[in-house]
Ligand binder design. Structure first.
Ligand SMILES: NC(=O)c1ccc[n+]([C@@H]2O[C@H](COP(=O)([O-])OP(=O)(O)OC[C@H]3O[C@@H](n4cnc5c(N)ncnc54)[C@H](O)[C@@H]3O)[C@@H](O)[C@H]2O)c1
Length: 361
């Protein structure tokens, strides 16, 4: 029962509701809107109080808290990364998050962020690739064909004009699943030419863009420096935690490396393999036109993506705005709404008069 004075004030969306919302908005339109919100927020980079995420590491994975604020709104995401979760029937990555008003601390939005993280990561990859990949890029190798990969593929098809997709995963069933899903998405997306390859080396042959989005608890070497061709853009998404990387360090010395927030990426990204002063360029500075992105057709560029709190701030903004537009979600009380805000005890006593006591389960 709702006992708030003015009705519940926090908008709540669970995963099925966000899934319905994305169907309503449309997946390509959602990704497009997210790219624009991300771009706007990256351009306001100096306005944000930023911090590297707070991570708790265990042998099986990591649980991370990702806060950020621009002084008007505060957001956080709680997310995990457990590459072995499949054995429990759970996804590798699961998340939830909130958006709060800074002037009062009121929680305005509480939302699932598992599906939303896949969308925001794909949108972020496209935003970076637009600045760093060759504009005439048409083929992409996608290495690691798990939960994130469909969204990466669709974002690059819809927003970057990628037409040819070359897939590789150590588990061939994963690539076949991805191909089936992409074929089933033809009613809202132009078709791809899709080839499933036997090795990462075969997959990247002739690719303009290479996206690595594998999950492995440890140092993997999905790509080595001798596999790269001049002019490639690498979008390295899967290495995102200390001791968890995807690329041969030789690649980092061959490429111009772009990152989100250096204090976090130096600990978590591919560049954790390099010296602390290894030269990198911050993506926001490229987007703001302060420094160049790709400087010539033959350059190899690398976006060492780990996922930064600003991207979840933008994603929560997207969920809030789309939910209000389409009347999605429900209003819930996650804080008490008392007629006398200082009388928390009186409010609690009144709850007992209105609500039957809970029975032990
Ligand atoms: N940078 C970011 O913002 C960001 C956001 C979300 C997820 N991630 C990371 O992306 C990775 C993928 O996430 P997911 O949800 O798709 O995981 P997932 O477990 O659903 O899929 C991972 C896939 O990688 C494959 N794989 C593992 N090792 C491989 C190798 N050496 N070569 C080829 N394929 C290999 C697995 O077989 C699996 O199909 C995770 O490491 C996750 O932490 C990063």
């Amino acid at each position: 029962m709702n006992t708030s004075v003015n009705g519940p004030r926090t908008l709540f969306l669970d995963t099925p509701e966000v899934a319905r919302l994305i169907h309503t908005v449309g997946l390509p339109a959602s990704l497009k809107e997210l790219v624009e919100l991300l771009r706007q927020d990256y351009l306001r980079w100096p306005d944000f109080q930023k911090a590297a995420r707070v991570a708790a590491y265990t042998p099986d994975g990591v649980i991370e808290l990702m806060p950020i604020t621009d002084g008007v709104r505060y957001s956080f995401k709680c997310v995990n990364g457990h590459p072995g979760n499949g054995r429990y029937g759970l996804p590798t990555v699961m998340a939830m998050g909130a958006l709060l008003d800074c002037d009062t601390g009121m929680i305005r939005l509480l939302s699932e962020l598992t599906l939303t993280t896949a969308l925001r990561t794909a949108a972020n990859s496209v935003l970076a690739a637009r600045a760093l990949a060759r504009a005439d890029s048409r083929s992409m190798a996608l290495i690691g064909n798990g939960a994130q990969s469909d969204f990466q593929a669709i974002a690059f098809r819809a927003l970057m004009g990628i037409k040819e997709l070359r897939l590789y995963d150590v588990d061939r069933h994963a690539s076949e699943r991805l191909r089936r899903n992409l074929l089933a998405s033809r009613d809202f997306m132009d078709p791809f030419q899709i080839r499933i390859c036997d090795s990462a080396e075969r997959a990247i042959e002739g690719a303009d863009i290479v996206t690595t989005v594998t999950a492995h608890q440890g140092r993997a070497e999905v790509l080595s420096a001798d596999m790269l061709a001049p002019g490639m853009h690498l979008n390295a998404v899967g290495g995102d935690s200390p001791g968890k990387t995807e690329l041969d360090p030789g690649i980092l010395t061959k490429a111009a490396v772009f990152v989100e927030y250096p204090p976090q990426t130096r600990r978590e990204g591919e560049i954790q393999q390099m010296a602390p002063d290894f030269p990198v360029t911050e993506l926001w500075q490229v987007l703001a036109g302060l420094v160049p992105g790709r400087t010539d057709r033959h350059q190899i560029t690398l976006f060492d993506s780990v996922g930064f709190a600003l991207e979840d701030y933008s994603a929560l903004r997207f969920i809030q705005s789309a939910a209000i537009r389409y009347g999605a979600g429900i209003r819930v009380d996650v804080t008490p709404a008392q007629s006398d805000p200082r009388d928390l005890y009186g409010w609690w006593l009144a709850q007992g008069r209105h609500e039957p006591a809970l029975q032990q389960a």
